[in-house]
Design a protein around this ligand. Sequence first.
Ligand code: E4P
Length: 218
Amino acid sequence: MKFFIDTANLQQIKEAQDMGILDGVTTNPSLMAKEGITGHDNIIQHYIDICNIVDGDVSAEVIATDFEGIVKEGEALANLHEQIVVKVPMIREGVKAIKYFSDKGIKTNCTLVFSVGQALLAAKAGATYVSPFIGRLDDISSDGLSLITDIRQVYDNYDFDTQILAASIRHTMHVIDCARIGADVMTGPLSSIEGLLKHPLTDSGLEKFLADYRKTNS
Ligand code: E4P
């Protein structure tokens, strides 16, 4: 399972990269705004800064919603850095653009996916990644994890190459459940990854080992 961090915060990206377990980064316009990154040139520079920190794929989202606009913006983003993946919304023009990018060998992440039908379309168009938003489904009393299960089944039925990128992860149990189901990738906040470290028996066990060492080696 690949681990992506879902943030535009450079410090958090560095921390995850330093742990040695980071495979990539996803961003979106809201995450960029949260970090105060505004204006075309600053946004572009920020994507390059992120690519220089992390080794893997970095999703950069287009703002255009028409085919020509998505293609123009996506090609410019893809030319920025070899790690850039063009993030395209699940709309009619987006599906068309994903097919165009796929034919040209440009990696894509189909975002804002909330149903199996949408995931099927993304795979048919040749998306590199599909991003089902599990947290946002949970927020409206829908079962986000069962969407991941359903997409897994459909993709396996037909051996689609599109990778399931479980997005809108809110906490550590989402990460574990997505791993059980077989999502190819998770993207979430740093806290959802750090939560995997925690166990009280690890802490108390280490404390005892160190205390015993100190008692016999001082
Ligand atoms: C995915 O790529 C999105 O950036 C993200 O996971 C959305 O998460 P949110 O629902 O926490 O905003």
